[in-house]
Design a protein around this ligand. Structure first.
Ligand code: SF4
Ligand code: SF4
Length: 358
């Protein structure tokens, strides 16, 4: 592709991917014939013209210092062919054009502490939201939860021994920019926001904050002679949506901001349509630095899925087959009235499948 043909720079969106692509991938774009996985963490693609490429996938800690990035680039220059890419779950992939280069590359990655895996029926890296590093509203450090969980689930990353792929995500507020996953660990607020009335008039655009509340629990109010806001605590569902546009409505709390586990979400259309995840456990302590209660529960759910699901069933499909009652029995989790979902708006308003479009 000549310099003139490159896309113009724009202020948003991804840059043109072709300029960074391994030359074999760029020249065979759309021309791949078949692929297989010679071992966990390695993908092998064969093009219609006979070209072959091996991709080695390694886990990273996602939020990386410059020394680590330089180390990964040096590995790419010395052991791969100078090209890398990141997957959406923060795995790094190195591409090589001959099978002989695969083992030395894996050896070097392992030696430097980067596990190779995350392909096929394994548990890929846990996707996590920005956390304290980039976002202004987190109630927990999502990357910390990921680190502690991946330390315990390391073997499931480097082996492919799950019934199907397992995607896990963590989110550090209830807005959940982490998206759908087989298992999701999300912050759950349990108390309404505490309002600092001295600051509201200076910091918050009150009509926007009132409009932000999904259950119309916020009203304008005069407090101590100053314009402020008040919350009807009987209506408030503790979602935290008022906190980003109005930081004086503090909802994060070391004791009352908890973690909840949701399961059964997926984005793929394979076998069944995409599904939303459903709540299975709430009120777990937000307990750094190792979040042991969350780790124990996620491991228990994973073990039940591993033992009871049929080949190729995703977590949500497994639960749909055995029924939620059986799921709660198998995992020994208490079923409470909070698990009953009564919201029906999604049926009419959300297009959850790409199978049919009108
Ligand atoms: S999950 Fe919430 S707090 Fe965390 S990065 Fe996303 S929007 Fe910010
Ligand atoms: S936490 Fe959510 S429900 Fe409660 S007042 Fe704020 S926006 Fe409304």
């Amino acid at each position: 592709m000549s310099q003139q043909q490159l896309r113009q720079a724009v202020e948003s969106g991804v840059p043109d991917a072709f300029q960074y692509m391994h030359p074999l991938m760029a020249s065979n774009y759309g021309q791949w014939d078949w692929h297989d996985r010679p071992r966990p963490g390695v993908l092998h693609h064969v093009a219609k013209n006979g070209d072959q490429i091996w991709t080695v996938r390694a886990g990273t800690q996602r939020q990386m210092d410059t020394d680590t990035i330089r180390k990964l680039c040096a590995i790419a220059d010395e052991f791969a062919e100078g090209h890398v890419r990141f997957t959406i779950r923060s795995n790094i992939e190195f591409m090589v054009s001959s099978a002989e280069k695969v083992d030395p590359l894996i050896g070097k990655l392992n030696q430097e502490g980067f596990p190779v895996g995350g392909t096929g029926n394994s548990m890929s890296m846990i996707a996590h939201t920005q956390g304290f590093l980039h976002c202004d509203i987190p109630a927990t450090d999502a990357s910390g939860v990921v680190k502690s969980l991946m330390d315990e689930l390391y073997d499931e990353f480097v082996n492919e021994r799950m019934p199907n792929r397992v995607r896990i995500s963590t989110s550090c507020c209830q807005i959940n920019c982490g998206g759908q996953a087989d298992i999701a660990i999300n912050v759950q607020h349990t108390k309404p926001p505490k309002i600092n009335h001295d600051l509201v008039a200076n910091v918050c655009e009150r009509p926007s904050v009132v409009a932000r509340c999904p259950v119309a629990a916020i009203r304008p109010a005069l407090v101590n002679g100053k314009p402020s806001l008040e919350v009807d605590e009987r209506k408030c569902v503790c979602c935290g949506a008022c906190y980003p546009p109005c930081p004086p409505m503090q909802i994060n709390d070391p004791e009352h901001s908890k973690l909840a586990i949701w399961i059964g979400g997926k984005n793929s259309n394979a076998r069944s349509k995409p599904t939303f995840q459903k709540l299975v456990a709430a009120g777990l302590p937000n307990n750094p630095p190792r979040w042991p209660e969350v780790a124990a529960l996620v491991k228990k759910i994973l073990r039940c899925y591993q033992e009871d699901a049929r080949d190729w069933e995703r977590v949500g499909e497994w639960v749909e087959r055995i029924g939620w009652a059986r799921f709660f029995e198998l995992t020994d989790l208490p079923f409470t009235r909070f698990h009953v979902e009564t919201w029906r708006g999604a049926r009419n308003s959300l297009n959850a499948s790409s199978h049919i479009r009108f």
